[in-house]
Every structure is written in structure tokens, then in C-alpha cells.
Design a protein around this ligand. Sequence first.
Ligand SMILES: [Zn+2]
Length: 141
Amino acid sequence: MPKVIPPTVETDDEYFWDGVQNDQLLIQTCADCGRFRHPPVPMCGDCHSTAWTATPSQGTGTVHSWIVSRHPTEPDADPRVVILVELDDGIRFVSNLVDVELVDVHNEMRVELCFRVIDDVKLPQFRPAPSPSRQTPSVQG
Ligand SMILES: [Zn+2]
């Protein structure tokens, strides 16, 4: 049995999956008022415009909430960390957190976008973001 069921691509989310193929997390953006929205919908909830474009996400954010998902009938299967990411772009996105030990997962942790191919399906995932580098402040003047 495959681990991932391939997405059923519809007219409203075709841009999203095209973006994934190009290593981009695209956010539906109102062409009239500029509001970001996710998941994709046909009309802006703010200004009721049906015109939209797609904006690449910055790919960074913080973990708003998370759970550990264990397979119901395969107890030896690796658990998955399912996260709700508060993207720095201003939307929330459900994904998986990879490359992390379970004991290190916590709310507010900084994460960054990555892409993984699982059972021939390319998916946007997140991994812990590297700590900000500590640079010696430069002295000017
Ligand atoms: Zn709008």
C-alpha cells in the first residue's frame, strides 16, 4: 500500500501543484486587494473579487500547533509529525515536519520549507530552520 495517495488536481488548485513541481509553495493572492488566502477558493473573502494571482511563499514560519501521527495498523512504522505552520507570509498551512527528533518539536519553533518525494509524489514539507547566525555587530563611523 502506498504511503501517499497522489493529489487529485482540480482547476482551483492546479497552480499549487504546478508550483510544487518547481520547488515553490504558491499562495493564492487576490489581484484586487492583495490578500493572501489558503486553501484556495474562487472568491476573495474581503473584496469579493474573483481575480487572483499566485505569490511564492517566503518558505519560513513558526509551528503554531502539532501532533504525532502513528499508523493505526503498523505500529513499527515511523511516526509523522503533522504541523500547522504560521507562515511569515501571514497564512497557516498544514504540513509535515521532517528531519527532527520528536523530543525537539515544540510550538513556536522556527521552520523552513523543503520538498520531499514520497512514493513518487512530491510534497511541500518543513524542517527545523537553522538558528540565526550570531554575527558580531559591525561598528560604523
Ligand atoms: Zn480581495
